[in-house]
Design a protein around this ligand. Structure first.
Ligand code: GYE
Length: 330
């Protein structure tokens, strides 16, 4: 396994020729990424899609971190379809990549393809979203957020801020992609938290697929069907931003007539919060790239890694959003 593959040898020969020709060497070596190895780690990554601002930031983080770590990234965008992700993973297995990482669009239905990767002795890392496989040996680790906690933070804020309500508080909920870990878990965490006050009632709940256009459209339906909506819980910023358009078009004031709680805290969401159109955001951190690349190196080296690695997150009110906005990177 010491010898270079042909293409790599060709690059080496070319580089040597350039050096002989007097080109100044400036560290653009094709090997190792400074790790001293003689072969780049090949990482196959299957991304969910490009459905939200969160996802865009996540993709940028992964691409930049792979480049910085000297990892050869094969990136596939599944356009929010599980069958595309399964296809991509099978391709990675065929190409014999060193490590496979992916963010599973939904929780169920992965056992067969994960077993194929295991049989091919290719380690798998779950990032951002989890799977519900009972056999934990099908993947090495999970890197991402505690989505139940995010839903709970959203619900806790509402409980705290409706303490003085005299009548029923009508809530509508825009759920994320049906069957996805963040949709399942945020729904659960939110429901658990608002159970503390029986006046808080979810009167309608539907998926907006984590997308702005869908958030707008479903909110339009909610508004038509329900004359009195007090609160919207949108399970990500993008759906909340779409809903703002529907609420404004219906002649209501977002953030005042209808209080809006979201998850993510991407820049557009933080701006809406600072502008008083949102009322509260539970943060979900998309910058998973650097930690993922560390894990890829460890898993490739055969080191044991923790079963679950959770990202640190906070929450934002209108005031703290104003303060944090100037430094927000994504
Ligand atoms: O909250 C949403 C995105 O899986 C945590 O997916 C992620 C979620 C995120 O589309 O904006």
């Amino acid at each position: 396994m010491r010898s270079f593959p042909t293409s790599r040898r060709a690059v080496a020969v070319l580089a040597a020729a350039l050096l002989v020709g007097g080109v100044t060497a400036c560290g653009n070596s094709d090997t190792g990424g400074g790790s001293g190895g003689d072969k780049k780690i090949v990482l196959g990554f299957s991304q969910v899609g490009a459905e939200s601002g969160w996802r865009t930031a996540n993709t940028t983080s992964i691409k930049e971190s792979a480049a910085a770590a000297g990892i050869d990234l094969k990136f596939d965008d599944a356009q929010q379809k599980q069958e595309n992700q399964i296809k991509a993973i099978r391709n990675f297995i065929q190409q014999k990549v060193d490590v496979i990482a992916f963010s599973p669009v939904v929780e169920s239905g992965w056992d067969t393809v994960l077993k194929e990767a295991k049989d091919a002795k290719i380690p798998v890392i779950l990032t951002d979203r989890a799977v519900d496989s009972a056999d934990k040996s099908l993947y090495k680790t999970f890197l991402g957020s505690d989505f139940v906690k995010e839903g709970k933070a959203a619900g806790d804020w509402l409980v705290e801020n409706t303490k003085d309500a005299t009548g029923q508080v009508n809530i509508v909920q825009l759920e994320g992609t049906t069957g996805s870990a963040p949709a399942n878990d945020r729904t659960k965490g939110f429901a658990e938290a608002i159970a503390a006050n029986p006046k808080l009632k979810i009167i309608a709940s539907q998926s907006g697929d984590f997308k702005r256009a869908d958030g707008k459209q479903v909110m339009e339906q909610f508004l038509k069907a329900n004359p009195k909506i007090d609160v919207l819980f949108a399970q990500n910023d993008d759906m909340g931003l779409g809903a703002i358009e529907a609420i404004t078009a219906a002649g209501k004031v977002p953030g005042k007539d209808i209080k809006i709680i979201t998850v993510d805290a991407v820049k557009d969401g933080m701006q809406a919060l600072a502008d008083g159109k949102f009322n509260f955001i539970a943060e979900c951190n998309p910058l998973l790239g650097p930690q993922l690349m560390e894990l890829v190196k460890k898993v490739k080296a055969g080191e044991t890694v923790p079963e679950r690695i959770e990202t640190k997150e906070t929450t934002f009110t209108q005031d703290t959003a104003k303060a944090a906005l100037p430094d927000r990177k994504y």
